[in-house]
Design a protein around this ligand. Structure first.
Ligand code: PAF
Length: 273
């Protein structure tokens, strides 16, 4: 595995890479969710690139940028073990410049749900993903469905900017008890972790109701609210795959989303139906 630090070095190397390139962008602290993306990239491409970059522009003031888990040595070993070919680990000063051009997220869909609760977050995500896609120039880039709105907006940016990369939507990976894998799960105390399970439980409940024939989003949201009572819910929403609010479940075109705070940790989860 080759480790590359500077964007210009990666761009030089990229010109020499032959075959299909699969790319998994990450902020590190790799868990099973990332590993399943890397595994899929390994299966579908000749060359696999992973980036680790804790992107400052997607954190709002007062969020956890400083304390976001950084496990560079462990991550490096994991990447080596699972057959990554290139690990790109740039410094902030080599990615961001003074008075630079940035991407702004779509005014509506970049500022609802996650974007409403974290205004400007998606400007930062799209800016860095744009930079990374331009540096790595992958044939396919892999994103998890857990960050459903991020995934939607990345796909939209790729279309809007005519970027030549296919974006693959990859399934959420969960702990055996249902908790969606997240680098932020390490913040949870034992007690909080138990409460965090309510997110996936509420989605499971909605899923069961849908299986039993329920279509009304109000009914589904109420059932979820009941389960989520012990924690601080930020939103429960049901949208189409294009992130339009819907009143009734549309088969294979609906996403049920939940965001909540458990202690100081903000968690999101969702169910694609
Ligand atoms: O999902 C993430 O880990 C980040 O938002 C991403 C896509 C790597 C951009 O910093």
């Amino acid at each position: 595995m080759k480790i590359i630090k500077y964007p210009t070095d990666f761009m030089k190397t990229r010109k020499e890479i032959k075959g299909k390139v699969g790319f998994v962008p990450t902020m590190g602290a790799l868990h099973q969710g990332h590993l399943s993306l890397i595994k899929q990239a390994r299966e579908e491409n000749d060359v696999v690139v992973v980036s680790i970059f804790v992107n400052p522009t997607q954190f709002l003031p007062g969020e956890d940028f400083e304390k976001y888990p950084r496990k560079y040595e462990a991550d490096r070993a994991v990447c080596e073990r699972v057959g990554v070919d290139y690990l790109f680990m740039p410094d902030v000063k080599d990615i961001y410049f003074d008075d630079e051009a940035r991407v702004t997220a779509p005014k509506i869909k970049g500022y609802i749900l996650e974007g409403l609760n974290r205004p400007g977050h998606f400007d930062g995500v799209l800016t860095v993903v744009n930079k990374l896609l331009n540096i790595v120039k992958p044939d396919i880039a892999y994103f998890g469905k857990k960050d459903a709105q991020q995934l939607y907006l990345v796909k939209k940016m790729v279309r809007d900017f005519f970027l030549d990369t296919e974006i693959k939507e990859c399934d959420i990976v969960r702990e055996p008890d249902g908790l969606a894998m997240s680098s932020r799960n390490v913040y949870l105390s034992e007690e909080e972790r138990k409460k965090a399970l309510l997110l996936s439980k509420s989605l499971k409940r909605a899923g069961k109701l849908i299986m039993a024939g329920e279509k009304k989003c109000d009914v589904l949201k109420k059932a979820m609210e009941e389960i989520l009572k012990p924690i601080e819910v930020e939103y429960i929403e049901i949208v189409s795959r294009d992130f339009e609010k819907i009143d009734e479940i549309q088969k294979e075109n609906s996403i049920i989303l939940v965001a909540a705070k458990v202690g100081n940790t903000r968690l999101i989860d969702n169910l694609w139906v």
